[in-house]
Design a protein around this ligand. Structure first.
Ligand SMILES: [Zn+2]
Length: 460
């Protein structure tokens, strides 16, 4: 059951491909810190690979045929791509599904205030975070502000070298006696995650002079007025680019690798596949970190509706065909797994843990307290995948998320599984998961991309 470290198996040409993939991946991460930014980049890459906007084909009732490549974006935060295969759609799709939302701090709707001549922004954290990790870091503001007339202002402040950063302060160690005695879950409390953005008062103002100066600046530089925060979606994220990690450059450190590491590799695999037997599909969704809810999460009917549109344009839509298409599909729920951390061996069970360098991770189940809430994949499906990965030379390992009863987690896997299709969690192992800076192994990223391509091409 011991697996070789994939690094020891590479020849020169593997290393060239591995490096190229990881360079492009880092670029994607550095330019994709929100769902919208990831969707925008995905559309650009898809268009370059010959994909067309499905909405235009729906509008013009253009029929779909074998070999056609289409994408559809929903509310700028979710994207799904299809390449029509040689087999009828009713035979099922091969689907890669990942999420492009990541833990962060969202601005509240009424965020801006002044306290003791400092301007601050109030936040509400998004997803599961250890709040104490998010203080004393350079942070950037990304997002969109929608004016009453519908015009949108795109924001990205704090990424370029000459742009200012913002951030959350922490108490100096000298006065932290009481704070240091607190439980880690309350050392920094949610309501105290306030982002410091300014300290310079407007001349001649008596009350809230720093806030007024800040409002002047927002108006001048970005055309934003205070009331515009009511219809804004601004995410406070770690500032800075993805970069190589480790003296041997064998790893990547970046914000947002859960789950953009699987989203990016799924997208690359999707765009690399040509003329598949079964129709290929790649769906990158929003809102996984808060339960896959909302119009852009996996629970949304967006995905099912889009498969219905694909069937309609292929001249084969009715409710029964739609249900059969979904039930006959195979899906890899491309999501991250916890990497074994030698600093914290106690939370892992060594035989069933994911390790850096051992390739793609299959998680038969996730969940907590007796697998509760997990999609427990079928061995028949796992057997198919084992065969494909072995035949295509893809390094893979199997794991579960920590020791029994230590904790747990979930993914989108159980949602498409409710159509009756075979789904399994399959992705990259991550260190520091949900921390501002997460770490992955470059060889795992390379193996996962290969594995996703092999799945789209050979799973039947
Ligand atoms: Zn996550």
């Amino acid at each position: 059951m011991e697996k070789a470290n994939a690094w020891t198996t590479y020849e020169g040409k593997d290393l060239v491909k591995l490096t190229d993939l990881n360079e492009d991946y880092k670029e994607f991460l550095s330019n994709g810190k929100t769902e919208r930014e990831c969707v925008r980049q995905s559309v650009a890459l898809a268009k370059k690979a010959g994909y067309k906007d499905l909405n235009e084909m729906i509008a013009s009732k253009t029929p779909l045929k074998t070999g056609d490549k289409v994408y559809r974006v929903w509310m700028e935060k979710t994207i799904v791509l299809f390449q029509i295969g040689k087999e009828p759609l009713e035979a099922g799709l091969n689907i890669l599904g990942a999420h492009i939302d990541s833990p962060r701090l969202d601005l509240k709707q009424n965020p801006l205030y002044e306290d003791t001549e400092m301007a601050l922004l109030d936040t509400h954290y998004y997803g599961g975070v250890k709040k104490y990790q998010w203080v004393t870091l350079p942070m950037a503001l990304h997002g969109v502000v929608v004016k009453k007339d519908g015009t949108k202002i795109e924001l990205s402040i704090g990424e370029k070298e000459d742009e200012p950063v913002v951030g959350i302060t922490d108490l100096l160690i000298h006065l932290s006696g009481k704070q240091m005695e607190k439980k880690a879950s309350v050392v920094i409390e949610g309501e105290d995650l306030n982002v410091l953005i300014g300290s310079r008062p407007l001349k001649g103002e008596e009350k809230d002079a720093v806030k007024k100066q800040m409002l002047d600046l927002l108006k001048e530089e970005y055309n934003i007025e205070e009331e515009d925060f009511l219809s804004a979606e601004i995410e406070v994220v770690p500032a800075g680019k993805a970069r190589d990690f480790g003296l041997d450059r064998s790893m990547v450190m970046s914000y947002g690798q859960d789950d953009r590491v699987c989203a990016y590799t799924s997208l690359v695999a999707m765009l690399n596949v040509e003329a598949p037997q079964r129709t290929s599909c790649c769906v990158l969704v929003d809102k996984e970190e808060i339960g896959s809810v909302g119009a852009t999460g996996m629970h949304s009917k967006f995905f099912e509706n889009t498969v219905a549109e694909i069937l309609a344009l292929s001249g084969d839509y009715n409710d029964l065909v739609l249900r059969r298409t979904l039930a006959n599909s195979y899906m890899l729920s491309s999501d991250v797994s916890a990497a074994f951390d030698p600093n914290y061996p106690a939370v892992m069970e060594k035989k069933n843990s994911a390790y850096f360098g051992k390739g793609l991770v299959l998680n038969k189940y996730t969940g907590a307290r007796g697998k509760s809430g997990s999609n427990d994949a079928n061995p028949e499906f796992i057997a198919k995948l084992r065969k494909i990965f072995d035949e295509e030379g893809v390094a893979f390992q199997t794991a579960e998320l920590g020791r029994v009863d230590i904790g747990g987690g979930g993914t989108i896997a159980y949602i498409p599984a409710s159509y009756g299709m075979n789904v399994i969690d399959c992705g990259v192992a991550v260190l520091n998961m949900h921390a501002p800076w997460e770490i992955t192994s470059k060889s795992d990223i390379y193996e996962v991309e290969k594995g996703y391509e092999a799945f789209l091409t050979h799973c039947k």
